[in-house]
Design a protein around this ligand. Structure first.
Ligand code: GDP
Length: 407
């Protein structure tokens, strides 16, 4: 059975071979529909080149534009282990916004560097994005090894350059793989031309990564509302992680008070014993409990409880935010008045160029690294662990002004 999926992003400087590598991954894993393959072969032949894998991506892109493919953002390939979905690529206008606001959830990344060119401007910016998303499952691939005669020395040089740079961002890639996307060396099959390399191929490296499996995480049940139904105090909300079962002992956070699940109630359903991720249910913990909207029912004490949050935010609102202006922090059902007490840096989200350091304001469409000061404690988790508890919205005068990821 192959039911699992890993969401992947592929990043790297323009022309370092992203499209070619994606094409090669689709081809080598036999994930291309046969008619598509014929089409590519025909074009390549006409142009008198080797099968040009970048065409795969271009023709998928064409389809996207014409609205032909059913799913417009996803490309996938599969191994015996699981499916991989390439969810997005930087350079798309909405990339950063999608990542921050949660339409896309990357679980792993493949960062591609040209063996001849080495680290370039976008390599660095994309590296920064990986850090911003808190991604820890990263494969660096040094591509176009065919152009440097499969030289071990050159590989080492580029490897040191990129791992040095990533290290300065506190990112440690799990693997660095030499390969040639165009020739297919070390993508899905180990290459004889790289006898000095004994590590995994790019695909083998990806196959070692873990999936997010939000349903297997400890329960997070943000309290949305409290109702009195037939004399019982019912706590209503949506399961954001894990499962809730009758009879279980839970904590009410941030108080850390222990409570017991007496029953789970669902509209028009009898004897519900269990509820999983995405389900909205009522929970009866007993009467007379002092609980409120915005508190979190939790299976463990693994959450972070804090009133100061370091985060990357994407300021969507028109106009200028002045440091210290009042805002409202919203994370699941938590709503807490706050201000931004420090702005470390602001970035242009398209180019990711630093606009200003240690500044006092954020302008429309800028990304900023900030420290948020909350009026009372919030319950949060690492974004990579439990996404819904690791991202938030900031409201200004009742309107959503920014989205953010907790660092
Ligand atoms: P992208 O901009 O990152 O998507 O890069 P492309 O996949 O479009 O590749 C840019 C150019 O590099 C194209 O002309 C590719 O044919 C070429 N290229 C990609 N991978 C390799 C490789 O492994 N070896 C060689 N020699 N050329 C490659």
């Amino acid at each position: 059975m192959q039911s699992s999926t890993l969401n992947l992003i592929i990043v790297g400087h323009v022309d370092h071979g992203k499209s070619t590598l994606i094409g090669r991954l689709l081809y080598d894993t036999e994930s291309l529909p046969p008619d598509r393959l014929k089409e590519i072969e025909k074009i390549s032949e006409a142009l008198g080149r080797e099968r040009e894998f970048a065409f795969v991506m271009d023709s998928l892109e064409e389809e996207r534009k014409r609205g032909i493919t059913i799913d417009t953002t996803q490309t996938f390939f599969k191994t015996p282990q699981r499916r991989y979905v390439i969810i997005d690529a930087p350079g798309h206008k909405e990339f950063l916004k999608n990542m921050i606001t949660g339409t896309s959830q990357a679980e792993a990344a493949l960062l591609i560097v040209d063996a001849q060119e080495g680290v370039r401007e976008q390599t660095k910016r994309h590296g920064y994005i990986l850090g911003m998303l808190g991604l820890q499952q990263i494969v660096v691939v040094i591509n176009k090894m065919d152009l440097v005669d499969y030289s071990q020395e050159r590989f080492q040089e580029v490897k040191e350059e990129i791992t040095g740079f990533l290290g300065s961002l506190e990112i440690r890639p799990s693997y660095t793989v030499p390969l040639s996307a165009i020739k297919g060396d070390n993508v899905a099959t180990a290459s004889k031309l790289l006898p000095w390399y004994s590590g995994p191929t790019a695909l083998e490296a990806l196959d070692t990564f873990a999936e997010l499996k939000i349903e297997e995480k400890p329960l997070r049940f943000p309290i949305q509302d409290i109702y009195q139904i037939e004399g019982k105090q019912i706590i209503v909300g949506r399961v954001e992680a894990g499962t809730v079962k009758t009879g279980e002992i839970l904590y009410v956070l941030p108080l850390k008070k222990e409570v017991k699940v007496n029953s789970i109630e669902r509209f028009l359903a009898e004897e519900v014993k269990k509820a999983g991720v995405g389900e909205s249910v009522g929970i009866f913990l007993g009467d007379g409990l002092d609980v409120q909207r915005g508190q979190i029912l939790s299976r463990d004490l693994g959450s972070i409880i804090t009133n100061r949050i370091k985060a990357n935010i994407f300021w969507m609102e028109k106009g200028v935010y002045q440091m210290g202006d009042p805002l409202l922090f919203r994370c699941v059902t938590q709503e807490i008045p706050c201000t931004i007490e420090k702005i470390y840096k602001t970035f242009d989200p398209a180019s990711l160029e630093v606009i200003e350091e240690a500044t006092g304001q954020i302008r429309e469409a800028e990304v900023a690294e900030v420290m948020i000061s909350l009026e009372r404690e919030a319950v949060i988790d690492q974004f990579q662990q439990i996404p819904e508890m690791g991202r938030f919205v900031l409201e200004q005068q009742g309107l959503p002004a920014a989205g953010g990821i907790i660092l």
